[in-house]
Design a protein around this ligand. Structure first.
Ligand code: HEM
Length: 440
């Protein structure tokens, strides 16, 4: 896997490596100091994301937020999503949505426990998080009941996560991209062809039902409104239906597996360390910080320089890519004592107590699971709330055990987010009165 190989290479070649991959230059930063260089000192220059097959063919020619070039249109998309989805007030406004979705999830877990069936966490988390995102973004539950349409949507998101993390030779040797040697482009186009009619239908429906949400417009209402009343139109900045469809797709892809993967890793680590599980309720902050240190959902971020620049006396051409190896920094023995041990108490020591657990905003480059700088994850706050809330509720409500005779497999698998290669399945036993599991 790229992040593991690159971490190994940095032991020989140093904290900042310059690699030539096909026609592209790629810098890799592997220590907190090197991360500081790109997330802080040179952040404004490395604020683009490179063009890539996934952005072009799956994400509407990079007209979304994740792959969009740094500029006024990207700022407009970020501003609207912040206002309606990610800022503190929006997160508070959507408390009920989280409560309801968690209620559904707990009830499903309770049912599995009464039937003695293992809880397959990946699936339950996937539904709950996609429903939270879709309710906040467009006041709609995408997974109402288990149905063919729900399964189809879930398969599409899974395919998107897989394709987004896939290596494509054309991204590094653009002259042969057209050959589509891995067949990825064909799959990306076909994925976009499946998503597009769904989002088109949703946008159309919304325009006709807008008056129903007059009191509480959601993100999609705000985006649609901005098409006609765009504050930046006189500066030549467009916001089209394509941007809207692309942004909504971003939210499902960037917000789904990252959050549910982290929850799954946290529970798996706690099930291996039962004494930690029993202390977990009181110490949620340390639990998720330790999980994101050891298992950051995004191992390598990817940016691209807008202008040439100088770094440590070397000339770095315009268009050079940079990846900060967030995974390697989290496991660096020069930074963390016994880095492979899952030990949330490490955040109580004097040395680490100052580390800002909220990830992005602080000056501690030892722990940056959400990235940093201009392109920092806008969903940082939402991700943390979801982690605390979704992880905390089942931990508080059930005893968690590995099914008899099985051993937890902790291997990583490939994709946009690093997930467990074998989904977590557990036997759960309720530890609250039955009435606590009813959906209210
Ligand atoms: C545990 C949860 C999460 C983790 C660890 C995570 C991590 C990251 C990282 C490392 C980046 C790249 C930052 C950079 O280049 O410096 C990113 C970008 C992004 N994330 Fe997250 N994320 C999480 C949850 C979410 C959620 C819940 C959403 C939305 C619903 C979201 C939406 C995005 C978007 C739209 C971007 C691109 C931002 C831009 O390019 O301007 N993420 N995330």
């Amino acid at each position: 896997m790229a992040h593991v190989k690159l971490a190994d290479m940095s032991k020989t070649y140093g904290p900042i490596m310059y690699l030539k991959l096909g026609a592209r230059g790629l810098l890799v930063a592997s220590t907190p100091q090197a991360a500081y260089t790109f997330f802080k000192t040179l952040d404004s220059n490395f604020s683009n994301r490179p063009s890539c097959a996934f952005g072009t063919h799956a994400m509407y020619n990079s007209q979304d937020m994740v792959f969009g070039k740094y500029g006024k249109q990207w700022m407009l998309l970020r501003k609207l999503s912040n206002l309606h989805m990610f800022c503190g007030k929006a997160i508070e406004d959507w408390t009920n949505v989280r409560r309801l979705e968690l209620g559904h999830m707990l009830q499903a877990m309770y049912k599995s426990s009464t039937q003695g069936e293992p809880v397959v966490l990946t699936e339950m988390l996937g539904y709950a998080i996609a429903n939270i995102i879709s309710q906040v973004a467009m006041s709609k539950r995408v997974f109402v009941t288990k149905s063919t349409e729900s399964d189809e949507f879930k398969d599409m998101i899974a395919e998107a996560m897989l394709l987004a993390g896939m290596f494509d030779i054309g991204d590094f040797v653009p002259s042969i991209a057209w050959m589509d040697l891995h067949g990825n482009i064909k799959r990306m186009k076909s994925l976009n062809n499946r998503f597009d009619p769904i989002f088109k239908r949703i946008v159309k429906e919304r325009i006709t039902t807008k008056h129903e949400r007059k009191e509480k417009p959601d993100l999609l209402d705000a985006l649609i409104d901005c098409m006609d009343n765009n504050p930046l139109a006189d500066q030549g900045v467009e916001l089209t239906e394509t941007n809207i469809k692309a942004l909504i797709l971003d939210l499902f892809i960037a917000g789904g597996d990252t959050t549910s993967g982290s929850i799954e890793w946290a529970l798996a680590e706690m099930m291996i360390n039962p004494s930690i599980l029993s202390r977990a309720q009181a110490e949620m902050d340390q639990q998720y910080a330790e999980t994101l240190r050891k298992h950051p959902s995004v191992a390598l971020n990817l940016r691209e320089s807008i202008e040439p620049c100088e770094l440590n006396g070397y000339y770095i051409p315009k268009g050079t890519r940079v990846s900060v190896n967030i995974w390697a920094i989290g496991r660096d023995p020069n930074v963390w004592e016994n880095p492979l041990e899952f030990n949330p108490d490490r955040f109580l020591t004097e040395k680490n107590a100052a580390i800002d657990l909220s990830g992005g905003s602080g000056n501690n480059f030892e722990l940056k699971p959400f990235g940093a700088g201009r392109r920092i994850c806008p969903g940082e706050r939402m991700g943390i709330v979801l982690l605390e809330y979704i992880l905390g509720t089942p931990v508080h409500s059930f005893e968690w055990k590995v099914p008899d005779g099985e051993k937890l497999n902790m291997e990583e698998t490939f994709g946009l987010a690093i997930r467990k290669s074998v989904p977590l399945a557990a036997i759960v036993t309720p530890c609250l009165p039955p009435s606590a599991y009813a959906v209210v």
